[in-house]
Ligand binder design. Structure first.
Ligand code: SAH
Length: 406
């Protein structure tokens, strides 16, 4: 068994159960990739970890229990526990949510492994080399527990190069991987009783942001009779809820033509299913654009309600400052353009920008726009995306519902 000695003074984060250790904390010379016993400078046990020289995080801590053995059955056990924690999403006769997060990486003590459920399909999203090497354990364990019709193994494009993992997707069905011939059929699922579809695979339209479930529902409170802007709408989750609640008009904006097309497909599906009013299609427009630019030419005193849900603008801590400026600019323009008394639901999904910083950004934006801002609600992801307190990065989604007073 290999041992890693943590340099004196560098052990605090490890003792607090933060799972990431960078190479400044130990000497990687002569280490082989694999399970390691991690010790403090005095030789006392801290945790079991995985040393992986191919990863941008060379040491991931896995267990703080000395008696545990990190083998295949340990991984299976962790996956099973994670699934059991989502029991309420998996049971019940009239389930309104058939999409949810089954495994949330580090927050479920499984570094780099995320799994989302879409109806009868499971999608794995892998962001660490270690999790990539254990994908077969994840696939067979989840198949044995949940009997999905299809499992798609994808990698997170933000991490493919820094973790030396491939960009391609793997498809698994009936006990084996297979190569699809042509496009796979769309998979339909429900969130809060509304219908959505994805095309299994990689890239646009192959995913769905189930972390916004609770916030999409909340928007209904403010949408009745409203003229709304759904900025960064993707496939229209917020728009569908606004229409359901009686919005009079919604302008959807996104940089992806495919996503906007799919948003319209979702409106048609839900009209047919009578989950939104039958005249909904006539109440929406779509604009394919760069929202950051488009905000400058937005009509003034026109919108009652705006949703701002940009992509992750800071991928790392080093990008936090530039990203803060972009968040501020976006929110400042929204505040300046919205009607007096209008409501903005504004989000950041950058793990590198914490909740207090995001709130500060909104304060600066309000000051520059010359408006008063009232916070009406503080938002995050649902309970299928738990925040592990020793891993603050798991609180990546932050949002506020604010009222603008001019
Ligand atoms: N609100 C959506 C999720 C948004 S994800 C939902 O509820 O499902 C972020 C979206 O921003 C993606 O659809 C992406 O295509 C879009 N996007 C990224 N950069 C953009 C830009 N500069 N202008 C407009 N849209 C952009």
């Amino acid at each position: 068994m290999q041992t890693i000695r943590i340099a004196k003074g560098k052990e605090k984060q490890l003792l607090r159960h933060h799972p990431w250790v960078f190479s400044k904390a130990f000497d990687p010379n002569g280490l082989d990739d694999g399970i390691v016993r991690v010790e403090a400078y005095d030789g006392s046990f801290i945790a079991w970890g995985m040393y992986d020289s191919k990863s941008h995080i060379p040491l991931h801590l896995l267990s703080w229990k000395e008696h545990e053995t990190i083998d295949a059955s340990w991984w299976q056990g962790r996956i099973r526990e994670s699934v059991l924690r989502r029991k309420r999403y998996l049971t019940g006769s009239d389930r309104q949510d058939t999409t949810f997060r089954l495994i949330f990486g580090e927050a479920d003590m499984l570094p780099g492994l995320v799994a989302d459920v879409y109806g009868t399909m499971i999608r794995l999203i892998i962001s660490s080399h270690m999790a990539w090497e254990r994908k077969d354990i994840a696939v067979t364990t989840l198949a044995g527990l949940l009997h999905p019709s299809l499992i798609v193994v994808t990698t997170d494009s933000n991490y493919t190069s820094i973790e030396a993992i491939p960009k391609s997707a793997l498809f698994w069905k009936d006990g084996a991987y297979f190569t699809p011939e042509g496009k796979l059929e769309a998979v339909r699922f429900k969130e809060s009783g509304l219908f959505y579809e994805i095309i299994p695979g990689m890239g646009q339209k192959s995913g769905f942001y189930c972390d916004q479930r609770e916030n999409r529902k909340l928007i209904e409170r403010y949408a009745q009779g409203a003229t709304m802007l759904d900025a960064f709408c993707y496939t229209g989750g917020f728009t569908l809820h606004a229409l359901k609640a009686g919005a009079s008009h919604v302008d959807m904006m996104d940089a992806s033509e495919d996503a906007l097309h799919q948003a319209l497909v979702h409106i048609h599906i839900n009209q047919d299913q009578q989950t939104i009013p039958s005249d909904s299609r006539g109440k929406v427009t779509t604009t394919c654009c760069n929202v950051f630019e488009q905000m400058r030419s937005l009509k003034e005193n026109y919108y009652d309600l705006m949703v701002l849900d940009p992509p992750k603008l800071a991928k790392t801590k080093s990008q936090a400052e530039t990203a803060s400026r972009a968040y501020k600019d976006l929110n400042r323009l929204a505040m300046a353009k919205i009607k007096n008394g209008g409501i903005i639901a504004t989000f950041s999904c950058s793990g590198a920008i914490d909740r207090e910083t995001f709130r500060m950004i909104l304060a600066w934006a309000a000051m520059d726009a010359g408006v008063e801002l009232q916070i009406l609600d503080t938002l995050g992801a649902g309970d299928d995306h738990p925040i592990r307190i020793s891993f603050p990065e798991s609180e990546y989604l932050k949002g506020y519902i604010v009222r603008i007073i001019k």
